[in-house]
Design a protein around this ligand. Structure first.
Ligand SMILES: *[C@@H]1O[C@H](CO)[C@@H](O)[C@H](O)[C@H]1NC(C)=O
Ligand SMILES: *[C@@H]1O[C@H](CO)[C@@H](O)[C@H](O)[C@H]1NC(C)=O
Ligand SMILES: *[C@@H]1O[C@H](CO)[C@@H](O)[C@H](O)[C@H]1NC(C)=O
Length: 396
């Protein structure tokens, strides 16, 4: 009897010693930075932005939209620049443009709308992502991305890309949306695509709206390519995604303390078929190329219209279109090609879009969102601002 006890005691002590040693070893590895994921990136904890996203004390919230960076290896050549510019132009020009835009506008949030990297020009997706999103991470501003149709053409699948992007510093990207049950923080997995999620923006610090969602940003995965009835075509937003969108929007418009629907924006890469077919009620900006979209119409426009609170949609994909077109009361806006390794037009500057939401000032307190404006900036010596436009005001 005593002997068995004694043996068990010895065994337990040995186990305990082993576990303690292992923990010390892991701690040693972490403290000494010996845990290495790729050749030069060491494991560090993800740096998080201040959450929740909030309007500033002056009642503004500004977003920079970056469409189609098409980042390659870091030294990939520029496409469609004048031959005199060709020798001195690479992915680094895209990096420089992004840095200048961030410095000039100091946005509150950066939204990357796909084709962030041009997969086939890099043999290390992780390295390309680190370089492409580098200026966003360095700026310590919160940012988020969706995928285009080229991101996965390298060493990562779409699922891997979204997981990776969600773990990058200051990123708010999510591979899958969270369930409505906020106490659980569980992700919905029975949904098509990777990169469907909802980011809520709260009112200014210390204000009456400090603990409420006053503005809402929806991100959707529009897929890459598909073959439908023998036709090669682009991806599209599926019914599972639309039904999540309807639920998410309705769910929190039912939250208490809500006098009106929360104005929202949506971000995805590939235009919907109505952008090609129209008819537009109004158009603002340049329409310079054929709209490339899916032959499948899954009813995205009807869903957005029926939700009632989506005021504008921001897309990419067609680099030579930078217009906003109004369909059934919702503005659909292109970012305009941002990156130099993507196709463009020599002499037609690469560009990016800004979106500014402004709260209404009541007697002594902030009310809900009053206006949503937009403009673009060109990558020239003055980062020239063009096409100022009001997308929505609460009075109409
Ligand atoms: C790219 O950047 C280089 C170095 O800053 C600059 O000399 C060149 O003019 C840029 N090219 C374009 C097309 O902007
Ligand atoms: C918001 O929440 C914080 C922390 O819970 C609380 O101190 C503050 O009074 C709340 N503000 C409003 C306007 O409800
Ligand atoms: C930039 O601004 C300067 C000074 O206002 C002006 O002389 C120059 O022509 C501008 N450049 C462009 C490309 O607009």
């Amino acid at each position: 009897m005593m002997q068995t006890h004694y043996r068990k005691w010895i065994q337990s002590s040995l186990y305990l010693a082993l576990i303690t040693c292992s923990l010390y070893f892991i701690q040693f590895l972490i403290l000494s930075d010996r845990l290495i994921v790729s050749h030069h990136k060491q494991i560090t904890l993800k740096k998080h932005p201040h959450l929740p996203l909030r309007f500033n004390s002056d009642g503004t919230f500004k977003i920079l939209q970056v469409a189609d960076m098409h980042f390659g290896s870091g030294s990939s050549r520029c496409r469609d620049v004048f031959s005199s510019q060709f020798e001195s132009c690479s992915d680094l020009n895209t990096t420089l443009f992004l840095k200048r835009m961030i410095d000039a506008e100091r946005p509150d949030f950066i939204a990357f709308t796909g084709d962030n990297i041009f997969g086939s020009s890099t043999n290390d997706a992780a390295e390309s992502l680190f370089k492409a999103f580098g200026p966003a991470m360095d700026s310590r501003l919160p940012w988020a991305a969706v995928l285009g149709n080229h991101d996965q053409e390298s060493t990562m699948t779409r699922q891997e890309l979204m997981s990776f992007i969600s773990l990058m510093d200051y990123s708010l990207s999510q591979p899958n949306p969270l369930t409505q049950d906020l106490t659980k923080q569980e992700a919905i997995t029975d949904i098509d695509g990777f990169g469907n999620y909802d980011l809520r923006v709260w009112g200014p610090p210390g204000s009456r709206l400090a603990n409420q969602t006053v503005f809402d940003l929806f991100f959707l995965d529009s897929g890459d390519r598909a073959v439908v009835n023998g036709f090669k075509t682009y991806g599209w937003i599926k019914e599972s995604q639309l039904s999540w969108l309807r639920r998410a929007s309705k769910g929190h418009n039912q939250e208490i303390c809500r006098s009106q629907d929360t104005p929202s924006l949506a971000f995805f890469h590939i235009p919907i078929p109505e952008i090609r077919s129209g008819p537009f009620r109004e158009i603002f900006g340049e329409y310079r190329e054929h709209v490339a979209c899916s032959i499948v119409n899954s009813g995205v426009l009807q869903t957005l219209v029926s939700m009632g609170n989506v005021k504008a949609v921001f897309m990419g994909h067609d680099h030579l279109n930078d217009f906003c077109g109004n369909l059934d009361g919702i503005w659909f806006c292109y970012g305009g090609g941002f990156g130099y390794h993507g196709y463009g037009r020599a002499g037609w500057s690469r560009r990016g879009r800004l979106i500014l939401a402004q709260l209404k000032k009541g007697k002594n307190e902030w009310m809900g969102v009053e206006t949503i404006k937009s403009w673009k900036r060109l990558d020239d010596e003055n980062l020239t601002k063009i096409d100022h436009q009001i997308l929505w005001t609460s009075s109409n």
